[in-house]
Design a binder for this molecule. Structure first.
Ligand SMILES: Cc1cc2nc3c(=O)[nH]c(=O)nc-3n(C[C@H](O)[C@H](O)[C@H](O)COP(=O)(O)OP(=O)(O)OC[C@H]3O[C@@H](n4cnc5c(N)ncnc54)[C@H](O)[C@@H]3O)c2cc1C
Ligand code: SF4
Ligand code: SF4
Length: 466
């Protein structure tokens, strides 16, 4: 099998849509039973270039190689990739911060690029009318003005793919900024390298820092816990700012379609529902378990949440930022000089600290998952980390349990939903799977009497040796 065929067969396809854009006669993107988007071969014909375009394939250039070509002059850090500047930021002017998922910087940069005449349009993820979008609430879309673009603000933990919007770029002489998750930006870079997209046409790539992507069942599951029946959602906001809480304690909000009438919006704290623990990873796309890019290493600027002691208390949200492109770095600094932006300190160490759990899961955790697959005789893609089992028993259990939750939660939900089972049926089935994860994390945090006894024996042995 070719690399891209292995990616698809091993459930490591993130459904970015690159292959379906490059060869619509060979691949199509469709929804899986688990509520993720993924590629499917529609022909037996092969095309070797597709493995070089697929961001999840080991045959394509890796993030370090792409970044080395794009930003050769910049220093490289093993966790955050190449960097020009790092800082914390939020937007002071207009409604960007209030309307944004975090500090509002992504939308502000895009607006600034429109204002300066550097771009004509943006490719990003916007709300869709589910009745016109195969029941889905969000899609990749093109915004042709700053005003149109601001309707796209906020983070969408939801399956999306690019093949449709990329097809619209063909024959267009416009200049587009692309906003995407790290794997999507990597795909754009690979398409630029293979000549499928021109750099003039896509002069700026803005990357979102990424923990993982969710099945579309995630939104439905949160809303179902608040009495919204599956299939009834009309809108969904994954990042509702709650002004009496810390930035990380955000909420969610939704409207229902009640027999053709859109109901009033309801908002709830994430703390009031199950599924809020990103470490646990309910409904995670299992492909994310085989990705090693957190800080969008191929993007001109990577922007995330400043989950840091100095900034987390502010419920309006603060971004953590890694710039690579010199012009965008300048745009941000000039914004700060005229007071449009607040720039705060966040050095490389602070950026790493803000994403420490995600980075550990995708370095040490990825090495562990690769080693497990190798032991089981399964295919593994070439990654920037070598296969190696996690160093402690508890860590191994944590990583194994996370993978089981990712693979099984959305699959179980999909089957039960199809059979019109109640929410309680899902809770019953997922409980023992999640319990294994909870037990491992508790054991690691406080190893108990056995752990204590082992430590005492170790110390006694060391003392005797001395
Ligand atoms: C799936 C996902 C996982 C994330 N994981 C982390 C994490 O682990 N750690 C962290 O620090 N930050 C993470 N982020 C980024 C964070 O949630 C914010 O998006 C980021 O801080 C930018 O905030 P902002 O206020 O500047 O953006 P805004 O001004 O709100 O603009 C957001 C822009 O991103 C676009 N967008 C939203 N969702 C998507 C998507 N799925 N794909 C492509 N474009 C999209 C919107 O269309 C909009 O243009 C994640 C985001 C997503 C979508
Ligand atoms: S990750 Fe993207 S390019 Fe690779 S198989 Fe899936 S949809 Fe195609
Ligand atoms: S974790 Fe990796 S593969 Fe998953 S969405 Fe984020 S960047 Fe893509």
């Amino acid at each position: 099998m070719s690399e891209i065929e292995q990616v698809i067969a091993s459930n490591m396809c993130i459904g970015c849509g690159t292959c379906a854009f490059a060869r619509p006669d060979l691949y199509a993107i469709g929804m899986t039973d688990a509520g993720h988007l993924a590629a499917k071969a529609t022909s037996t014909e092969k095309d070797a270039t597709l493995s070089r375009l697929c961001p999840m394939s080991g045959a394509s250039s890796n993030e370090s190689q792409i970044a080395a070509r794009l930003y050769p002059e910049l220093p490289e850090d093993s966790q955050i990739g190449r960097y020009r500047s790092t800082f914390a930021a939020h937007v002071n002017e207009s409604e960007f911060r209030v309307r944004g998922g975090s500090g509002g910087l992504v939308s502000w940069i895009l607006a600034e690029l429109f204002r300066r005449g550097d771009i004509d349009a943006v490719l990003h993820v916007k709300p869709a009318d589910p009745s016109e979008n195969e029941g889905l609430l969000f899609h990749y879309a093109i915004s042709e003005s700053a005003q149109d673009m601001t309707a796209g603000a906020k983070s969408r933990y939801y399956p999306i793919e690019m093949s449709g919007v990329l097809a619209k770029l063909q024959g267009s002489s416009k200049r587009y900024a692309v906003v995407g998750l790290p794997c999507f930006i990597k795909a754009v870079r690979l398409m630029q390298d293979e000549g499928l997209l021109s750099r003039e046409q896509t002069p700026f790539c803005l990357g979102l820092v990424c923990g993982h992507l969710k099945s579309h069942y995630f939104a439905e599951y949160l809303a179902w816990q608040k009495q919204a029946e599956p299939g009834s959602l009309a809108t969904f906001d994954f990042r509702r700012k709650l002004m009496d809480r810390r930035a990380s304690d955000y909420g969610f909000a939704f409207q229902k379609n009640d027999a053709g009438t859109i109901t009033a919006e309801e908002a709830w704290p994430m703390a009031s529902v199950r599924g809020r623990d990103w470490g646990e990873g309910l409904f995670k796309n299992a492909a994310c378990e085989y990705c090693d890019d957190v800080l969008a290493e191929c993007a001109d600027v990577a922007i995330g949440d400043a989950w840091l002691p100095n900034y987390i208390a502010d419920p309006l949200g603060t971004n953590v930022v890694v710039t690579r492109n010199a012009y965008l770095d300048c745009v941000i600094r000039e914004g700060a000089e005229r007071g449009a932006l607040m720039l705060g300190e966040a050095d490389v160490e602070a950026v790493i600290q803000s994403q420490s759990s995600g980075l550990r899961h995708r370095r040490e955790g990825l090495a562990h998952r690769l080693a497990q697959r190798k032991r089981q005789g399964k295919w593994i893609p070439i990654k920037r980390v070598e296969p190696a089992l996690a160093p402690t028993r508890h860590r191994r259990k944590i990583y194994d349990a996370r993978l089981a939750i990712a693979v099984q939660s959305a699959a179980i939900y999909g089957v039960l939903r199809k059979n019109y089972q109640p929410l309680a049926a899902f809770e019953r089935e997922i409980k023992p799977i999640v319990a294994r994860y909870t037990k491992a994390t508790l054991r690691e945090a406080s190893p108990g009497f056995k752990g204590f006894a082992r430590r005492v024996v170790r110390r006694l042995r060391a003392a005797l040796k001395r």
